[in-house]
Design a protein. Sequence first.
Length: 418
Amino acid sequence: SLQGPASELRQSYNLTPADLYNLSAKFTEDEKETQFRSYLINISWALSMDASIKELTATKICVTSQGTVRHFECVRCSYTENFSHGSMSPSGFWQFHYTGFPVEPVTNYYIHAYNLPPANIYEDSSSKTLFLISPGCNDHVMKYSKSCIEEGSLWDPNITVCKMEAEVEVNFTTSSLGTRYTVFLSVFQYLFHLCKRICCFTCFLQIIPYFPKCQYDCPRRTGTLTTLYHYFSKTIMKQTFFHHGNLHQSVKVLVIYPKEVCFHHTVLTFANFLHDSCQIDVIIDMWQKQKIAEKGPVQWLAAQKETADKIIFLCSSNIGTECDESCYKNIRNHKDNSDCMFALAFNLFCSDLKNQSSLHKYLVVSFNEINSKDTLPTALKICPKYYLMKDIDNFCRHLSIQHSQTNGKSPDGCCSSR
């Protein structure tokens, strides 16, 4: 590294070299064999072949880093040999690069480079500047750096959560980096109707570690515990499932429903359940009327078929006791639209139902096991079927597996109690 200003700055020159060209920089993995992995900054530039090259003595590169701490460092790359035509590239430039400057996670790097001797005072400066941001500790290389390891990048807490009666039990594996942990629980409970009265208990969990490197600002580990209670034949039944809450990409589900299904009490409640309890991105025709009007129903369905991870056909069932006259009126108003959309979707997707490789994408959901057998179209009988709330545990596990596959992870385990 270079300490202090370059000696060429102390005097003026009649002639100065031309500017450097094609300044670029990237992060490259340090090839030194150590117990850690990290990046270095690889800086490249080019020099033009003209008469001013005779005046060139060196190229100075300075890097200012702004992250947890601020750091400034310069290097001087001196040209000790005369330039010759034989070493020039076909493009007419001499190519150079320098690899150095160790990289810290999530840090801004300002790279400033210029040739020496520099332009005289009051003359145009011939310098170049670049800006880079280093990746964080989730990066496949950076997570093994000393700084990230000290912040817990390799710590896998292996969280398990179970709700037992009035208590929530949290188990996790501690790290050798510290002995202080804060477990933060945020609980809410609500009641909704999905043909049967259901009480949903959701607990959001955060484990906040205290490590010497990051102290109170260490990366947190999160999870969600969702418990469903539903009432059937005067007996309270309970299903509990757990999944990690730090998933990144949502599963997209297209919901197709027939005319007989109550949109307010069944379709909307089912969609809210998928979104709130299963972290599913739900697609319903009634929410995309404008796009359907622009594209047409066939093109809209074809587009949703390509983007959706799952397509759920809701079976018709008896209207629940919660429905009133307004529900019957809405059913009559939506009858033509929903009936047309259900028929279009069924005919458009029918070819997939005959293909084993595409069959996994389709599900059938019913809220009345007895009546659904009579109303179910023949082609849909080969699809996986779930009767809610009887099969809610298997249904959520099915979607959880799809969620894990979408994010390139193995399926999360279920913590169940009854």
